[in-house]
Write a protein that binds this ligand. Sequence first.
Ligand code: CO8
Length: 262
Amino acid sequence: MAYENILYEIQDGIATITFNRPKALNALNGALLSELEDALETIQGDDAIRAVILTGAGDKAFVAGADISELSTFNALQGKRFSAQGQRVIGMLQDLPIPVIGAVNGFALGGGSEIALACDFIYAADTAKFGLPEINLGIIPGFGGTQRLPSVVGPAMAKEMIYTGKMITAQEAQAAGMVNRVCSAGALMEEALGTARTIAGKGRVSLRAAKQAINKGLKTDLDTGCHIECDAFALCMASEDAKEGTTAFLEKRKPEFKGRLQ
Ligand code: CO8
């Protein structure tokens, strides 16, 4: 698929997806969501990709939400279809077997915050702003925001943000646990790439197992989560990566992970 609304690049095993509608502050329309879905499918099928970074084109926005000019034309059925499309694509993003870093370079509003919340973690420029302003449009978050935001910042903070529609700064988002690291806009991509490179050097099997154990464990109780961890741990022990990692330690050398089970 040729992309018109995103940029898709791969360098040294790290895929970068850039939302690329800067004149509309990278707002999400149906075409952009379809392109994002296609890129995520490509990433799912490419074992050479070890980490993903999402960011926005231009210096103003990561994603300023769903495209309001498109949204304003929807009836209930079209709204439901669009919400389901967004939830499916954002669910795919969250479930990718490799780590995803959100590099939030500006406004992350509505669907933009919802995409960022589905990343494994977020780095933000000190100029970034987060918010779920749908209430100002007479609607509510429709891409999972009512579910993911409370689980990250707690229900009280999520309710205040969703009921008032007010934006918070990158620093406030960090204090609330939404953002791991705040840096200058100029340093953002280098910071994200640095962490992506560190992750890309780890074993593919153990990264996948860690991500699945954490994500699945968050949806269940502690006992079930620990069972999930046990199974994931056993899978790692069966891998060539675990043999290589432990042998390399004992031989006092750097491991060379191949990402293979056997
Ligand atoms: N959709 C479409 N166009 C947008 C959007 C958007 N979300 N955001 C900005 N733009 C456009 C503006 O219309 C403007 O275009 P033009 O130059 O042609 O007039 C251009 O981008 C620049 O924007 P501004 O001039 O407004 O820039 P400012 O710096 O003055 O303001 C803001 C920046 C504060 C980000 C402001 O643009 C704004 O408030 N944008 C809307 C933010 C918003 O409400 N987002 C939530 C959208 S709803 C949503 O995300 C729901 C997701 C779930 C949907 C479920 C399916 C039913």
